[in-house]
Design a protein around this ligand. Structure first.
Ligand code: UTP
Ligand code: MN
Length: 505
């Protein structure tokens, strides 16, 4: 559809001075718009000019505008959909097209004529709009236009297959950083909007080089589009660069990078003038046990964990299970299950094929690990989920209520050279689930976070169901829908099954 329209645009024009596009069509339109000096009645009501300042310069634009109005032309100061002729100097058709497309997004129409300033000067000389010849038209690469593939992307991330093969990392990194900024500023809604926009770009089969590739895609709001446009045109987004350089953002990143420190605590410290680790140490702030450990192992914990390290830890946890409860099963979850090569932590889900046998398992595992000297820190929270009592409603936060152990592992490493430490600290999350909830826990803990959020939104908005990492409740039928595999949960939700490696939204 798009290229067709384009072709029409390109082949129209010769001999016509504007039979398309003019809406109001009245003679007095030269008086609209603000602040320009026009008092002349327009001699050519079908022609509404707009002079593009880009590369022409403001003073030349002002001069040419005055000239045009003096000859009885309508010249608009700002671009609007009334414009029929866009006059440019030293711009390619593609550049102008791209610029216009972002300007008129949502208005649905771009003007018919993209013209070189030569058409304008000839018309001035003639005292009327001259016939548009091929040489007046801005050169557009028609072949490229026709190659624009309109991809359709479903609205919910859980309907999409998002591999780790991201063709738009520059754009998604920028949007993710703005999401992070929003999340660190207590603007959750805005954060989610940026995450959704980034997720759409991650699902595209090609790199985005042109705004028109984004036509019709869901979840791209005005703010995200501005950021993308900025990067495509200028190589960087001014907002992203400003954020990266912001002292407050940098301080929030450093402080929340401490295990055990959330946004609220970081903000309180920043208010007290603490912006760095050194200042925190010098301040004499009281730190809880988690934060002390976090500060102590700061560097290690901010160093990505590799898959090899995750596998080494998996072997240790397997050994612990074999020793304290043979028959217990364990799965690597989180990003590593999705095929990521690095992560900020390692997540494991533990269960036992006989319901109830998992009760009391976590303390045994933890105590085994502790005795063997594997834990630098651990905090276990008890399972607080009771179906009968809690019902399907999920807790206010997305925290679920499995028995869970947040820990810092002491991982022995091959000593590769002299002076290297023989071990490093790694964050490890252990979660224990009864077998009856295992599929839900597996699905809920595999991520990505956005994929999970979208699954829950899909369930609620599209299916009138409530999904958590414990259960799926059908509100219409007022009953739980059981499942013993992830495939069954997708089926209950009316979704095509998406394997873990394609949940990297
Ligand atoms: P992570 O935060 O570990 O993310 O949560 P990740 O995808 O593994 O990424 P990295 O590599 O470690 O940074 C893993 C999954 O566990 C769920 C999250 O939704 C995420 O999908 N999760 C995490 C919970 O359900 N509850 C929590 O309290 C924490
Ligand atoms: Mn993880």
């Amino acid at each position: 559809m798009v290229p067709l329209k384009r072709r029409k645009v390109l082949s129209s024009g010769a001999g016509s001075t504007g039979t398309t596009g003019s809406t109001g069509n009245t003679g007095n339109t030269g008086n609209t718009g603000s602040g320009h000096e026009v008092t002349f009645p327009s001699k050519f009501p079908q022609v509404v000019l707009f002079l593009l300042e880009r590369r022409m310069g403001a003073s030349r634009k002002a001069f040419l505008s005055r000239l045009g109005r003096g000859k009885g032309f309508q010249v608009e100061e700002t671009f609007s959909e009334r414009v029929t002729h866009v006059i440019c100097e030293n711009n390619s058709g593609d550049e102008v097209r791209r610029w216009l497309e972002s300007e008129v997004r949502g208005q649905g129409r771009t003007p018919a004529h993209l013209l070189d300033v030569s058409w304008f000067t000839e018309s001035m000389r003639a005292g009327r709009p001259v016939e548009i010849l091929d040489g007046h038209k801005l050169q557009e690469q028609q072949i490229e236009e026709e190659e624009v593939v309109v991809v359709s992307v479903p609205v919910y991330a859980c309907q999409r297959r998002t591999t780790l093969d991201n063709h738009n990392a520059v754009l998604t990194d920028a949007l993710s950083l703005l999401a992070e900024k929003a999340e660190l500023s207590d603007e959750e809604g805005r954060g989610v909007a940026f995450r959704r926009a980034a997720a759409v770009l991650k699902a595209l089969p090609e790199p985005v080089t042109d705004m028109k590739q984004l036509r019709g895609l869901p979840c791209l709001g005005g703010h995200s589009l501005r950021v993308i446009k900025d990067i495509l045109e200028n190589g960087a987004s001014s907002e992203v660069e400003a954020t990266k350089n912001s002292e407050r953002f940098k301080a929030l990143k450093v402080l929340t990078g401490i295990f055990g420190v959330g946004v609220k605590t970081a903000e309180r410290w920043i208010r007290d003038g603490i912006l760095s680790l050194q200042q925190l140490q010098d301040s004499g702030q009281t730190l809880n046990r988690a934060q002390q450990a976090g500060l102590q192992h700061y560097e290690d914990l901010n160093q990505p964990v590799t898959k090899e390290e995750a596998d080494a830890i998996a072997a240790v946890v397997e050994e612990a299970l074999a020793s304290v409860l043979p028959g217990a099963r364990m799965n690597l979850i989180g990003g590593f299950r999705r095929g990521k090569l690095t992560g900020h932590d390692v997540d494991f889900l533990i269960t036992h094929p006989e319901e109830g046998r998992e009760v009391g398992l976590m303390p045994k595992v933890v105590s085994w690990l502790e005795t063997q000297g594997f834990l630098l820190y651990q905090k276990t929270t008890r399972n607080s989920y009771l179906e009968a009592k809690d019902g399907p409603a999920r807790p206010a936060s997305n925290m679920d209520r499995f028995e869970r152990c947040f820990s810092i592992f002491k991982l022995s490493e091959e000593v590769k050279g002299e002076g290297l430490r023989p071990w490093r600290a790694v964050r490890v999350d252990l979660v224990v689930s009864p077998i009856s909830q295992f599929a839900f826990a597996l699905l809920g803990w595999t991520g990505s976070k956005l994929f999970e959020r979208e699954l829950r939104r899909w369930a609620g908005h599209e299916k009138n169901m409530s999904l958590s990492s414990h259960a799926l409740f059908d509100n219409k039928q007022s009953r739980y829908l059981r499942a013993s595999s992830e495939e069954e949960i997708f089926a209950h939700l009316g979704l095509e099954y998406v394997p873990p490696s394609e949940r990297n939204a």
